[in-house]
Every structure is written in C-alpha cells, then in structure tokens.
Design a protein. Structure first.
Length: 267
C-alpha cells in the first residue's frame, strides 16, 4: 500500500492546491462565452480531463513509495468490484423516488437529447473528472492525518466550495448580489451533502466508480422540485414517494454500505 508521510497541514495544503488547480484550469481560456456555449464547454472539458490526469501524478509525487503505482490506483478507487460501483447508484435512485415519480406524472423528460455537448459534460465528463480529483485524489491525502470521519466531514467542503466559481457567471448574467449569495450558498450546501455521501461510499467500497455513477445520476435529476409538488397531478402520491425514498435510503445505506461487504483499503 502507498504511504503518505505528510503532516495534517501539508495534506490540507496539498488538497487545497489540487482543488484550486481544478477550478483555475477552467479559466485558462479567454472568457468570451458563457459556460453553456459549445466552445466554452469544449474548452472546459479539455481542462477538466487534463487536471484529472495530472492530479494522480501529483499524488504519486507526494507518496513515499513512488514506484507502487498499483497501490496508488487502489487508493484512488480503481476497483473491479461491481458491487462497489452499483450500490451507490442504487441508493441514489431510491433516494430520488419522489422526484422520479414527479417527472413521470408531469410527463417531463429527464434528459435534453438535443444538446449532446451539455449532456456529455453533465453526465460523463463532470462526474468522471470531479470524482477522480475530489474523491479519488483528495481522500488518500487526507485520510492518514484526519481519519475516516474527518475525511467525510472536511473533504466534501473542497468539492462544495469549488463550485462557487459559478457565482461570477451568475452575476454577469444579471443576477443581483443577494441572488448570487443565496444561490451559491444553497448549491455549496447541496454539493457538500452529496460529496459526503460520495466520499463515504468510496471509503466503504474502495471504488470510485460508484461515486461517478451516483454523481452522473444526480446531475441528470437536478435538485428536487419541492415547490412543484402541489401542482403535480397526484401530489399526495408524490409526497409519499418522497418520504418513502428517504426512509428506505436511510434504512438501506448502513446495510448496503458496510465495510464487511467489501475489500476497501480504508476499512
């Protein structure tokens, strides 16, 4: 197994540096277009992919045993365990039982098939690159110094705060400062909660692929439309689905995400 003989402060600085690198790489291009413009999407896809390739190399440089590449890949979460990839996705689908029923009853499409570039960014590139960087690379750095629950608590904040850069684009789009602050605080909280679940699943299963699949599914679903529930054709049924999904998720998560079921290097 790869060892990182780093102090707590060094591991935090390294994690913060990788997080900043990921965000900064998105802005190396001339900012002539909005984030959803095809040119901007392509440029940022290149940046995200490059950083997700560079980050494991940086991780290897910080390791005490730089020749143990298989051990490093194991810590990042490169695993062939199908259960580790499937269980976080299944739990995410259960949790979103209410929104899924809501979409079905409202006859709404989950995916905009007309914009294939945005589809690739949101469902493939963003989940893959962000989970490799923020989960796969930050977890091995932080775990030896702050432990299991320290990682679950602190590491998602790097992921949540990394999304704050969208505030600039939101403000340029005409939103007021108050709207930007409320929107970004809400998004940071939401992404941090997901990050905690994603981090926990990696620690338990030893697989980053479950986090990637769950991330992709959550991007597809978006944030639940709570305010739209009263306007649904079957609001009571939708509320029952919301409550049932959350209840079953909370009941199943400790059983399906248990160290005894997997061979994780963190358990």
């Amino acid at each position: 197994m790869v060892d990182f003989n780093l102090s707590a402060s060094t591991s935090l600085i390294a994690s913060l540096s990788i997080s900043i690198l990921f965000v900064a790489a998105l802005y190396i291009w001339p900012q002539r277009f909005s984030r959803n413009h095809p040119t901007c999407i392509k440029q940022r896809i290149v940046s995200a992919v490059l950083v997700s390739c560079v980050s494991p190399v940086l991780l290897l440089l910080l390791a005490s045993d730089r020749e143990n590449i298989p051990g490093l890949l194991t810590l990042i979460g490169i695993s062939s365990d199908i259960r580790g990839a499937a269980v976080p996705l299944v739990l995410s689908v259960i949790l979103f039982a209410g929104p899924l029923l809501q979409y079905y009853l409202d006859d709404q499409s989950l995916i905009d098939y007309d914009n294939k570039l945005m589809l690739a960014r949101n469902l493939i590139v963003a989940p893959l690159t962000e989970e490799i960087v923020f989960r796969g690379c930050l977890t091995p750095l932080l775990y030896p110094t702050i432990g299991w629950w320290g990682v679950v608590t602190l590491q998602p904040l790097f992921f949540g705060v990394a999304h704050l850069h969208h505030a600039v684009e939101l403000y340029r789009g005409g939103a007021s400062i108050l709207q930007v602050i409320i929107s970004k605080l809400f998004q940071t909280a939401y992404t941090s909660v997901f990050g905690a679940f994603s981090c926990y699943s990696l620690l338990v299963t030893g697989s980053v692929f479950g986090a990637i699949l769950a991330h992709s599914f959550c991007n597809m679903m978006g944030f639940p439309d709570f305010f739209g529930v009263p306007h649904s054709p079957r609001p009571v049924l939708v509320i029952v689905a919301y409550v049932a999904g959350l209840t079953i998720f909370c009941a199943c998560m400790p059983r399906l995400l248990s160290c005894e079921l997997y061979s994780s290097p963190y358990c």
